[in-house]
Design a binder for this molecule. Structure first.
Ligand code: UDP
Length: 312
């Protein structure tokens, strides 16, 4: 089956972006990947042999020119690990604000559907649990995480303005913690940190006392959810994530168990504004997208750990 449609993926050399590019090529789209490789890497795209794939090295905070007609623009470009956005605060703010503005302009001129990859970070350190899309969040704008949280909140506001005032077909996915193969091994997030520490026989570093919770979703489920969101006409935010909540201490023990690591668990200071709880309410995704996560933590972690082992 030949699909004549061309789609763009910004941040296509990143973790989620590269999986999405491969998924879309399998669906026979022509894929234009735009990335400035600040946190993404061409290594994530090495396995792509398709003639329907184009990579453009470009910073989307600068004007973007694309000649092709486009049907969908997936806008994922942004540093996403707390360690990255603390090191790249201005770039993070710029890509969320100026980058999103350029992408919305491009979507408007191409009459393309525009999917914004937003984040559970818009809920900040939430006082409502689990987090539904109606919750407005509890974000510290001037804290260290503010650069990412507020950039994404601004991006959501701008997407809604283009939807309401300009008729752009915007979609907003609020992506919760996601993991899987092709995560950067040293991006500082908890999944690669614990896996690497366990595989290398090092100490496992828990920040705080490990009672904070997260809900981890396997990459294939997120990619499917992102695509489905572009295939319906719902413009308001939709949470995408796994509703299986786990404390970071339990998570460390799970990674230890699967890797059979004998590494000692050590406790380090909790970073500022680190959310104490996080779990998505995914009723909307279930009803609107007919979507729910299929891969459980045990299965997803086993696959991820084996990829890390093979790519050390
Ligand atoms: N964390 C940890 N040890 C690490 C890295 C992270 O205990 O080596 C904690 C971190 O403080 C947070 C949780 O794990 O509470 C998830 O952190 P991550 O950086 O993956 O992303 P976040 O969910 O905070 O955006």
């Amino acid at each position: 089956m030949k699909n004549n449609e061309t789609v763009v993926v910004t941040g296509g050399a990143g973790f989620i972006g590269s999986h999405l590019c491969k998924y879309l090529l399998e669906k026979n789209y022509k894929v234009i990947c735009i990335d400035n490789l600040v946190t993404g890497t061409l290594k994530n795209l090495e396995s792509i042999k398709s003639g329907d794939f184009i990579f453009i090295n470009h910073d989307i905070t600068e004007y973007i020119e694309i000649k092709d007609n486009l049907s969908i623009i997936f806008h994922l470009a942004s540093p996403a690990s707390p360690v990255d956005y603390l090191q790249l605060p201005i770039q993070t703010l710029k890509v969320g604000a100026l980058g999103t503005h350029n992408i919305l302009g491009l979507s408007k001129s191409k009459r393309a559907i525009m999917l914004l990859a937003s984040t559970s970070e818009v809920y900040g350190d939430p006082v409502e649990h689990p987090q539904s899309e109606e919750y407005w969040g509890n974000v510290n704008p001037v804290g260290p995480r503010g650069v990412y949280d507020e950039a994404k909140r601004f991006a959501e506001a701008m997407a809604m303005a283009y939807y309401r005032q300009q008729g752009v077909m915007t979609r907003i996915a609020r992506i919760f913690n996601t993991y899987g193969p092709y995560m950067r091994m040293r991006d500082g997030r908890v999944v690669p940190n614990f896996i690497m520490q366990c595989l290398l026989g090092k100490e496992i570093t828990i920040y705080g006392n490990g009672s904070q919770t997260r809900s981890f979703c396997y990459i294939d489920d997120i990619v499917e959810g992102l695509y489905r969101l572009t295939q319906c006409d719902y413009p308001m935010p939709v949470n995408l994530g796994n509703a299986q909540e786990i404390s970071i201490l339990e998570f460390a023990n799970k990674v230890k168990e699967i890797t059979r690591s004998k590494g000692k668990i050590v406790f380090r200071p909790l970073p500022e504004d680190d959310p104490k709880k996080r779990m998505p309410d995914i009723k909307k995704a279930k009803t609107i997208l007919n979507w729910k996560p299929r891969v459980g933590l045990e299965e997803g972690l086993t696959k991820t750990i084996s990829w890390f082992k093979n790519n050390l």
